[in-house]
Design a protein around this ligand. Structure first.
Ligand code: ZN
Length: 201
């Protein structure tokens, strides 16, 4: 369980990253931390990429329908303009943001802001997703959360795509994705290649 750090002397900003596969509870954990900040009377703003319109324009919603109001933005530079006088900035679905996100999060932290970023660490191919690897490199605190693999019951780290669609970004829920452990993810990919008559894997 993540506990907020305490500082002696001058208050400093920092970056926290919450990452993992789909259905791993990233957004629940983001919402938990932001709610605790509100209880501590801190000014909180939440942002998400304009691309993610699954649940409505202004909500960050987790899969268990827990939500808080958020502002959709099209570029991470907007974070700098919209965070005047804010103590805590939350960013959800960070993998969909531009490559300037790590730099802009660092600028916020230098202003003394606590920045909490949640996002998918890997895409459906198992490759680092968008700005996430660079964000992980510059963050003070990293929390990797896990789903449960429905095939074997082990911890799931990968997002397995259930439909044949090659685009990296394909928004979807349990109709399109399934969390899987490394082994079941790999076995699924081999099976898919065989079904499609492609050798290898
Ligand atoms: Zn498994």
């Amino acid at each position: 369980m993540f506990l907020e750090p305490h500082f002696k002397g001058q208050r400093s900003g920092w970056i926290e990253v919450i990452c993992g596969s789909m259905f791993s509870g990233k957004t629940e954990e983001l919402i938990r931390r932001l709610k605790r900040s509100k209880i501590a009377n801190q000014r909180v703003e939440i942002f998400k990429p304009g691309i993610d319109k699954r649940y409505g324009e202004e909500k960050v919603v987790s899969h268990d329908a827990n939500y808080i109001l958020s502002t959709p933005i099209d570029h991470s530079s907007r974070l700098l303009q919209l965070s005047e006088g804010v103590d805590v900035v939350g960013v959800d679905e960070a993998q969909f943001f531009d490559e300037d996100l790590p730099e802009n999060c660092q600028r916020l932290a230098l202003r003394g802001i606590r920045v909490i970023v949640a996002g998918l660490d890997m895409d459906f191919r198992g490759l680092p997703f968008g700005p996430m690897p660079n964000l992980l490199a510059v963050a003070e605190y990293i929390t990797k959360v896990h789903a449960i693999c429905p095939h074997c019951g082990n911890l799931a780290t990968h997002s397995y795509r259930l439909v044949q669609e090659e685009a990296t970004i394909l928004l979807g829920e349990k109709d399109r994705y399934e969390p899987r452990c490394r082994t079941c993810y790999h076995m699924g990919n081999i099976l898919d290649l065989r079904l499609r008559g492609v050798e290898g894997g």
